[in-house]
Design a protein around this ligand. Structure first.
Ligand code: SF4
Length: 101
């Protein structure tokens, strides 16, 4: 049988925020030691992923908005070496409070 897998594979999903007041960025990371330079990520999300001269992935946009969730999860799902991961960023209120006396 054949079929297209969904964009929300195991380990790819980032928990959705509870509501509009909890708009957290999505942090994108890539493990270059696992990357095999297949290039699917840069094709899927060209503004987020790029390649260095060695052909391995570079995260050009490590902090993405919730609106990019679907394409980010697709890029994670399509990576043949499972080099990509997503995690929730800090809440905006926490970012604003950081470093203040
Ligand atoms: S899809 Fe995965 S293996 Fe291919 S370039 Fe991107 S991170 Fe590397």
């Amino acid at each position: 049988m054949s079929g297209v897998r969904g964009a929300t594979g195991a380990g790819a999903a980032v928990p959705a925020p509870d509501g509009p007041s909890e708009r957290r960025p999505i942090l994108v990371s890539a493990d270059r030691s696992r990357c095999m330079a297949a290039g699917h990520c840069a094709v899927t999300a060209p503004g987020v992923f790029d390649h260095a001269e060695d052909g391995l992935v570079v995260v050009a946009g490590p902090e993405q908005s919730e609106e990019e969730r679907e394409v980010l999860e697709l890029a994670v799902e399509l990576c043949p070496s499972r080099a990509l991961s997503l995690s929730p960023g800090a809440a905006p209120s926490a970012q604003g409070a950081a470093g203040r006396p």
